[in-house]
Design a protein around this ligand. Structure first.
Ligand code: NIG
Ligand code: FE
Length: 420
């Protein structure tokens, strides 16, 4: 493989720093090299530094002039529901008329309607539909993502989704980290008790045996899986060697953050309703919060009156940063609550709605996200030895990535040192 030297980034945002997730003030330290360059050998970062120095060391490497653009480690999207059939345009229109996520789910929309469409699709159909979405992700500058099952809700269909994820990982430039989310909703055809049983006694052992997932997730929420059921499922997953993530405290504060702390989960995701006690619990167990402002935005309910029940609000990002939690940002890409593959859009929301600084948002979307997927040693920053996943943006200051919204500034994307 030919070596490559990328030269003349106005800002090469390296995120170099300690070999662990970043907290507190560290989130603002991006390790920026002005007029920066990077030498890539065998798909890995060899050296980073000022362009004139890199050029001297470039030898026979192919030279690419970045023309004064901004270069970052590829975004790591640590929470997506990438594989689903169809869309939820009817839910979207009903929400525009003022109905809530929970009302729409009760009336036959919601997760269940996506389950029906996902079950109806063959593995090949689902693969083709989903492959298009991986192009969207790359166009937004994402090079690694987590993807969950959860729209099958039978052994056969959950396995089908996980097989699609495996194929996408093999057949696209993206690295995709699989998560089993069999406990995403209780399917119509069975009772909650029987379904929890099925997840534990049949689905989880099969998923673990076939090594189809690294993580297990549950949707812990009223009307979905309560604390006790979530604990049972996640404990069973842990015994089988899976690491844990969880959808918690999204629509109501049920003590989900505390549960994730008790179980030693890697991440607790959503947390829109998590309070100071929940934050303290996450801190005590070093659980990384994964914040998903795209889902709050797309549910479009923050302006509605308090008390109308199940309304989303943005999570307490500032309090979490002050508590020294290693905050992560992700899209939650899914057809219902967050139909966006765009990490730049999520950065915009993080800054405008959750009062994170652009630097904090970038660190949360790269290095911290990489650690949350157990890949902090190999991706998430541009440091010698790491995989050369790089996204180049058509701007001269990294803050522009979060500032301009509604347009794509992605110029080019490299995965393992190859342009894609
Ligand atoms: O993260 N909250 C649960 N799951 C998704 C939404 C799934 C859907 O509506 O299809 C979420 O918001
Ligand atoms: Fe989600």
């Amino acid at each position: 493989m030919k070596s490559l030297a990328l030269l003349h980034a106005s800002q090469l945002v390296t995120l170099s720093g300690p070999n662990r997730p970043r907290v507190g003030n560290e989130l603002t330290e991006l390790g920026i090299i002005r007029d920066g360059g990077i030498l890539i050998r065998d798909g890995k970062v060899d050296i980073v530094g000022p362009s004139d120095e890199i050029e001297k060391d470039a030898g026979d490497a192919e030279i690419v002039d970045l023309g004064g653009r901004v270069a970052l480690p590829g975004f790591v999207d640590a929470h997506t529901h990438l594989v689903f059939g169809g869309n939820r345009l009817d839910d979207f229109e009903r929400r525009a008329r003022g109905e809530t996520y929970e009302q729409i789910a009760k009336a036959g929309g919601g997760i269940w309607s996506t389950v029906e469409k996902t079950r109806a699709a063959s593995e090949d159909e689902l693969f083709a539909e989903t492959k298009k979405r991986t192009d969207w992700l790359l166009k937004c500058g994402t090079t690694t993502l987590e993807a969950k099952s959860g729209y099958g809700l039978t052994l056969e269909h959950e396995l089908k989704i996980l097989h699609v994820i495996r194929r996408l990982n093999e057949e696209t430039p993206l690295e995709i980290v699989p998560t089993f989310l069999g406990a995403h909703a209780v399917p119509r055809e069975t009772s909650p008790e029987k379904y929890v049983d099925l997840v534990i006694s049949e689905m989880l052992p099969r998923v673990a045996k076939e090594k189809l997932a690294e993580f297990c997730d549950v949707f812990c929420e009223r009307g979905y899986f309560d604390i006790e059921q979530s604990r049972k499922i996640l404990n069973a997953a842990k015994k089988l060697g899976l690491k844990l993530r969880g959808h918690v405290d999204q629509l109501s504060n049920s003590g989900g953050a505390q549960l994730m702390a008790e179980l030693g989960a890697t991440t607790a995701d959503h947390l829109e309703k998590t309070d100071e006690q929940g934050i303290a619990a996450l801190k005590s167990a070093n659980v990384q919060p994964v914040l998903l402002p795209g889902s709050v935005y797309a549910l479009g309910s923050t302006h509605l009156r308090q008390g109308s029940g199940g309304q989303a609000s943005y999570p307490l990002a500032r309090e979490m940063i002050e508590a020294e939690l290693a905050v992560v940002l992700a899209t939650d890409f899914n057809p219902g609550s967050s139909p966006t593959p765009s990490m730049p859009m999520v950065l915009s929301l993080a800054c405008t709605q959750m009062k994170m600084s652009p630097a904090e948002a970038i660190a949360a979307a790269t290095i911290n996200a990489a650690y949350s997927l157990d890949r902090g040693d190999t991706i998430g920053s541009l440091e010698p030895g790491k995989i050369a996943n790089i996204s180049v943006f058509d701007c001269t200051d990294y803050r522009e990535i979060a500032y301009w919204f509604g347009i794509s500034q992605t110029h080019s994307v490299y995965v393992s040192g190859r342009p894609v």
